[in-house]
Design a binder for this molecule. Structure first.
Ligand code: CLF
Ligand code: SF4
Length: 496
């Protein structure tokens, strides 16, 4: 690995030290053979890659480096989902938690420019509620047109339930909105009636199967219209055990046939405290392994997104982090002027780092495939602050990124949210128990530092934890672990 870039990658996290980043980049951190290597997947054309390479949701690889922000300008909604309570964020695109503040388009403009000046990773501005961006259209339109004039290179992204979408596809295309998400939970209105108690359409309220039929037809029409205009469309589906979990195979097939670019299956988040219909009636969400099993089953259909963090409708930062509180309205300056210098400098450094990472990843994948005799699989949880590196202490991690190593190579397969184990220098046993439960199915943990006590408890739970690969790329470390694991298996077989 190229050790000097660990300095720069840590400095990619806040606060940013550009001098250190530049020094690292010119001191051999990026080998000449790897500089400029494209991270483009081999099965994607250049034009499509150009459109997604900086979008943290549309490219799993980009999510290690680039950030999105949502502005909560669209509170009105035209349907009712059984997993949503109006007091909470739109569950289409966010975990249930109140939006801290709704914004007018002008407040949103001030916030976006302030964030762009301070968070150089910012590449995407999304409107994901807290209601529906297409139904609350005037505010969505006013926000996008103001921002695109001042920060022309920020990508505009919209999330919608699809009911009002067909009315605005042409305007979206005109405004250069290149990424649209539709939440589609069913293609069978009988299943839809169990998810949507009512919709409001053409100044009338519809219920039951009639409501679900209209919603389904509008969603399919919207998707087809977007595809016809070349807009990249992602489909989000909420996995609701016993209601639409098996049916999502059918949904995947329908959306693939209609040109969807990605399919993102998210677990239902259900809690009576959120006051949703599903929460109050005891409808459970899927376990992490149930979600993974469904995603594995969908492999080969519409391309899957597995790195969604179900972020808030006012989220700011890399996926998995939320810096929204740093940019609350009362902290924003009255007058804002966009300064592109930090974003430009960041992109220059990241372009080189990504080349290095891709080269390391290719090497790791090849090594795992070579060692894969016997069909051995390991599931590895990585503590990271970003950059695709193992650069977070076990006790500070609030999530793990999970990778699978098998005969097919090394692949990112999801994440597990946890509470940080270490608070004020002390570890909480109860938190560790919950972390171990959240790591169901995981065989190894990689982090930049771990104490003996948590390490021993993880070992007792059958999970091998190590900080021996601190600051390595995740894939590089995983290929080494895989080689060890398969060698152990070989020995075991030889002894037997
Ligand atoms: Fe936001 Fe959605 Fe655009 Fe991303 S989120 S509007 S596509 S910029 Fe991303 Fe967040 Fe998952 Fe959404 S991680 S909830 S998929
Ligand atoms: Fe809630 Fe979003 Fe569904 Fe509207 S579309 S009811 S805001 S989850």
């Amino acid at each position: 690995m190229s050790q000097p870039f660990t300095i720069s990658l840590d400095s990619l996290m806040k606060p940013i030290d550009f001098e250190a980043m530049k020094e690292a980049a010119t001191s051999g951190g990026c080998s000449s053979s790897s500089c400029g290597t494209s991270a483009k997947p081999s099965d994607m054309d250049e034009a499509t890659w150009e459109r997604i390479k900086d979008h943290p949701c549309y490219s799993e690889e980009a999510h290690h480096y680039f950030a999105r922000m949502h502005v909560a300008v669209a509170p009105a909604c035209n349907i009712q989902c059984n997993y949503c309570n109006r007091k909470y964020d739109c569950a289409n695109e966010s975990r249930p938690g109140v939006v801290s503040e709704k914004l007018t388009p002008d407040e949103a403009r001030r916030k976006v420019i302030t964030v762009a000046n301070e968070v150089p990773q910012l590449s995407v501005l999304g409107i994901a509620g807290p209601g529906d961006a297409c139904y609350d259209w005037k505010k969505t339109e006013a926000t996008f047109s103001a921002i695109s004039k001042e920060i022309p290179d920020v990508k505009l992204c919209v999330s919608t339930n699809g009911l009002a979408l067909p009315d605005h596809v042409d305007e979206l295309a005109r405004m250069n909105v290149d990424h649209v998400t539709i939440t589609i939970n069913m293609v069978d209105p009988e299943i839809g009636a169990k998810i949507y108690p009512w919709i409001y359409y053409n100044k009338r309220r519809y219920t039951g199967i009639e409501a679900a039929t209209i919603l389904h037809e509008r969603q399919m029409l919207g998707l087809e219209m977007l595809t016809a205009r070349g807009i990249l469309t992602k489909i989000n589906s909420v996995m609701i055990p016993g209601i639409n979990d098996e049916h999502l195979v059918e949904v995947n097939r329908w959306v693939k046939e209609r040109g969807a670019f990605l399919h993102n299956v998210m677990p239902l988040i259900s809690d009576a405290a959120h006051g949703t219909h599903f929460g109050l009636t005891g409808q459970r969400g899927p376990t992490a392994m149930e979600l993974k099993a469904l995603q594995d089953k969908l492999d080969g259909g519409a391309k899957l997104m597995r790195h969604c963090r179900q972020c808030r409708a006012d989220a700011v930062g890399l996926l998995g982090e939320d810096r929204g509180q740093e940019f609350n309205l009362d902290l924003l300056p009255e007058e804002v002027v966009y300064d592109p210098s930090k974003r430009a400098a960041y992109r220059e450094i990241v372009a080189e780092e990504r080349g290095d990472h891709v080269r390391a990843k290719e090497k790791a994948v090849a090594a795992v495939k070579e060692n894969a005799a016997g069909g051995h699989t390991i599931l590895v949880a990585v503590a990271t602050k970003g950059g695709g590196r193992i650069n977070e202490h076990f006790g500070h991690a609030k999530e793990f990124q999970v990778y699978e190593a098998s005969g097919r190579g090394v692949a990112f397969v999801g994440h597990r949210k946890i509470d940080a184990y270490c608070m004020d220098g002390f570890g909480e046993d109860a938190t560790l128990d919950a972390t171990i439960a959240a790591l169901e199915g995981v065989t190894h943990v990689l982090c930049s530092k771990i104490g003996d006590c948590p390490k021993d408890m993880l070992t007792a739970a059958g999970i091998e934890a190590t900080d021996a690969y601190a600051y390595e790329y995740a894939e590089t470390a995983i290929s080494a672990l895989y080689a060890e694991a398969t060698a152990d298996k070989g020995e075991a077989r030889a002894v037997a």
